[in-house]
Design a protein around this ligand. Structure first.
Ligand code: C2O
Ligand code: CU
Ligand code: CU
Length: 550
């Protein structure tokens, strides 16, 4: 029944594809398989090099090479950073140091305080920028495989977005130059080579990219030591303190990697000492596949002030909140009423993670370690009140301005684009398709300047019901609005505000509204379960300039 349904969908799609008449100049239709007609982007790799690009790192003459490449762009940065990804090791536990991969940054021009290292962490430094600033990042890949950096959530031109077709081998560099257009918010960066994002992030390559703006500063939220980034990840370590990644076992890959130890800011058993005042917690789920159902252990509701794309219009309260890989949530955490010595935790509550997520497929790879299945209850981190201070802060009732959208401003209001999260041949896919480096199907093309509704549908995981799984869907280059969700009655979503990653539990359907107002070119959308992404649950979308004509 299910398989038949998929097949019908597929035919429906290909009929539409075969109606295509003319092709844009820079696209060419791949000959062959009539049932699968994809647009192939010709010569794309070089287009991106206009603004940024690759240049070899040649030992002693490297500096000269950099300056050469840079002087051609005419870009005058407010902040100029060198960012290197390289192997290292770190004492996470007593005993042998853990081998990791890590981002290191240095400021070449601009305020040195814009790059903040997290002490004794494998995570990359927090990069801080102001809206409107011009940022140059000279990325050098020093890990022994191809890589490229993606700025998750940032609205940047395609050559700056870290698409996997821009990967560079060990020893080469990539020049990023862009203006920060985003509103204030908690963004992040991580590698994006095709098929290897999961292992590279797992190895330690990830960091926060915080943006501030005038609107945010006028609100007067807790800052400095009261503004706390909290990156949540799960890892598994062997007896020698080394990271253990998935064995490659098919079932494990289908589920996604689940570690048995929770780390916050790179530290196991994380405890945050706080004073008797208010904090801004910026939570990022930087895990490969684990979803958290966050709540306060002491039962108070969560007060949420921001999500992926920055501050909400006004604070909202939830008893719990799902945080899927790639998503961010900002909490107003008030300890002014708690005495010194008070302890509580941020916990993850039990939930049903779908047929495959229960951990019954987990193998016994290390023999001694215990599994931590998706959807079990555990503590994420601890908080203890250690200091009495008098610092009264009240929760602003207005946080930011978010403009409503009218129905008649939407170009495809009556026929939203449909994206089914599907599985076939033991592979996750979107509309039955998996990632091909430069392929775009006709329903993945949008007109520059348009505003569209995209509908994602997770009501049908594949041939077996048990294989339904949650999928966090992420769009590159855009912040969007969630305008509808149906299927399962969860309380734990914060769909208000701007999002770039959105969780679909099994049985759910969701509609998002996306503005393709600028930046033409090829961008990704994908499942942010990194093992799903690596196995191809990722596609391109293409923003076409109006004058090309199709
Ligand atoms: Cu964090 Cu392509 O994503
Ligand atoms: Cu992204
Ligand atoms: Cu997925």
């Amino acid at each position: 029944m299910t398989a038949l349904f998929n097949f019908i969908k597929w035919i429906g799609y290909s009929i539409k594809a075969s109606n295509m008449k003319k092709l844009p100049r820079n696209l060419r239709l791949e000959a062959g398989n009539a049932r699968r007609q994809f647009l192939k982007l010709a010569g794309y790799g070089t287009l991106g090099l206009v603004a940024g690009g690759v240049w070899p790192l040649l030992g002693q003459s490297a500096a000269g090479q950099h300056e050469d490449a840079i002087s051609k762009t005419g870009f005058v940065p407010d902040l100029d950073i060198s960012l290197v990804a390289k192997p290292g090791n770190l004492a996470i536990f007593p005993g042998p140091a853990t081998q990791i991969w890590q981002y290191h940054a240095t400021v070449n021009k601009g305020d040195k305080n814009r790059v903040v290292e997290l002490p004794r962490s494998y995570l990359g430094p927090v990069i801080k920028a102001q809206q409107g600033e011009k940022i140059r990042i000279r990325f050098t890949n020093s890990i022994p495989e191809e890589s490229i950096v993606h700025w998750h959530g940032l609205h940047v031109p395609e050559a700056m977005d870290g698409h996997p077709r821009y990967v560079i081998p060990q020893g080469q560099s990539y020049l990023y130059e862009f203006e920060v257009k985003n509103r204030a918010g908690t963004y992040w960066y991580h590698p994006h080579p095709h098929g290897r994002t999961g292992p590279q992030v797992y190895g330690g390559l990830a960091g926060l990219f915080l943006v501030s703006d005038d609107e945010e500063q006028a609100v007067g939220l807790p800052d400095g030591e009261y503004d706390v980034p909290l990156v949540i990840q799960d890892r598994t370590f062997d007896r020698d303190n080394q990271l253990v990644y998935t064995s490659g076992n098919m079932m494990e890959r289908m589920t996604g990697f689940l570690g048995n130890l929770i780390l916050v800011n790179g530290k196991p058993d994380f405890t945050l000492p706080v004073s008797t005042t208010v904090y801004r917690f910026r939570l990022l789920n930087g895990s490969n596949s684990r979803i958290y159902k966050l709540a306060w252990q002491d039962g108070r509701p969560l007060t949420i002030i921001g999500t992926d794309g920055g501050l909400l219009e006004k604070p909202v309260q939830r008893q719990y909140v799902f945080l899927a890989p790639g998503e961010r949530i900002e909490l107003w955490a008030d300890f002014s009423g708690s005495p010194v010595g008070y302890r509580t935790n941020i916990i993850s509550l039990p939930f049903d993670g779908g047929g495959m997520g229960r951990g019954m497929m987990m193998n016994r790879r290390t023999g001694t370690t215990q599994n931590l299945p998706l959807g079990t209850r555990f503590s994420v981190f601890k908080i203890k009140v250690t200091k009495q201070i008098e610092k009264k802060v009240s929760l602003p009732q207005k946080l930011s301005e978010i403009n409503p959208v009218q129905r008649n401003e939407i170009d495809n209001f009556s026929r939203p684009k449909q994206f089914y999260l599907t599985m076939g041949h033991m592979q996750w896919a979107i509309n039955g398709r998996t990632f091909q480096m430069e392929d775009v199907a006709d329903d993945e093309i949008v007109q520059l300047g348009s505003r569209e509704i995209w509908e994602f549908n997770n009501t049908d995981g594949g041939m077996m019901r048990m294989m339904n799984m949650p999928h966090p869907i992420h769009l590159h280059g855009k912040q969007f609005k969630v305008i509808g969700r149906s299927g399962v009655d969860h309380q734990g979503y914060v769909d208000e505000g701007w999002k770039d990653t959105v969780l679909l539990m099994p049985g759910e359907r969701i509609r998002i509204l996306v503005d393709f107002d600028d930046y033409p070119g090829l961008f990704l959308y994908h499942c942010h379960n990194l093992e799903h992404e690596d196995m191809g649950m990722m596609r391109n979308y293409f923003v076409r300039e109006t004058n090309i004509g199709i």
